[in-house]
Write a protein that binds this ligand. Structure first.
Ligand code: ATP
Length: 218
């Protein structure tokens, strides 16, 4: 049981270069894996592939043996949730925080949201009325409300000051340790990953050498 990418290849169009070329990676439940690499090498793309937001042209991704997608038949949310860097962009600006959280997990009450993540006084505000750090904590709470098996945390603290950064990571690590959630933490900040992850892999180590001339049948 794990979140797995197996020999995954992806490009954003037939005329585009391969962004992910032969990536293989596994994240175990309860494990925090740091994915490091410079800007533009495909870290976010690999995260989206692992979360089922993109489909590989070759290879496969799975979460505990099944495709990383919501199950429309049963209504089960995607077991792989993504928390993005730009917290405010991930929220509908016309919805209050309480509505944003309720939409993530229909039937859940605001009382189920950890108040250390989202204090009750934020629930009645709109996204533009909360700070970047608070917005990121709302996004984290929203992801956790779906009871995910895995989280892809994509540069979640890159836009935050050091104090908010530490707070977001402390809250995330507490939640994932409590619930045994596996995390892929994506960042170009290696010292940060070394501080928060159980192990850090460089994207160059999990992909094959970039070989744009390799023919891949799509
Ligand atoms: N929707 C898209 N359409 C076309 N190309 C894209 C798209 N999204 C990303 N790319 C390209 O794919 C490559 C990898 O982008 P990606 O965002 O995965 O890199 P990254 O390592 O996460 O970078 P960063 O650390 O700057 O966020 C880049 O060259 C980028 O321009």
């Amino acid at each position: 049981m794990s979140l797995v990418a197996e020999n995954v290849w992806f490009r954003y169009g037939r005329r585009h270069p391969w962004v992910v070329s032969g990536a293989s990676l596994a994240v175990e439940p309860g494990e925090v894996v740091g994915l490091h690499g410079p800007s533009g090498v495909g870290k976010s793309t690999l995260g989206k592939l692992l979360a089922g937001l993109l489909t590989p042209q070759r290879g496969s991704t799975s979460a505990d043996g099944t495709p990383p997608n919501p199950d429309r038949r049963t209504g089960r949310p995607n077991p792989v949730q993504v928390v993005h860097q730009h917290a405010h962009l991930a929220m509908d600006p016309l919805w209050k925080i309480t509505t944003i959280l309720a939409e993530a997990a229909p039937g859940s009450a605001p009382a189920e949201v950890d108040p250390s993540l989202v204090p009750p006084n934020l629930l009645d505000r709109f996204p533009h009325e909360i700070s970047g750090g608070e917005a990121q904590r709302v996004n984290l709470a929203r992801a956790l409300l779906t009871a995910p098996r895995y989280l892809v945390a994509d540069e979640i603290s890159a836009s935050l000051d050091p104090i908010s950064q530490a707070a977001v990571w402390r809250l995330l690590l507490t939640a994932v340790r409590t619930h045994g959630i596996g995390v892929l933490a994506i960042s170009h900040d290696r010292p940060l990953l070394a501080a928060v992850a159980d192990r850090v892999v460089d994207i160059a180590d999990v992909t094959g050498t970039i070989q744009e001339t390799v023919p891949v049948v799509t």
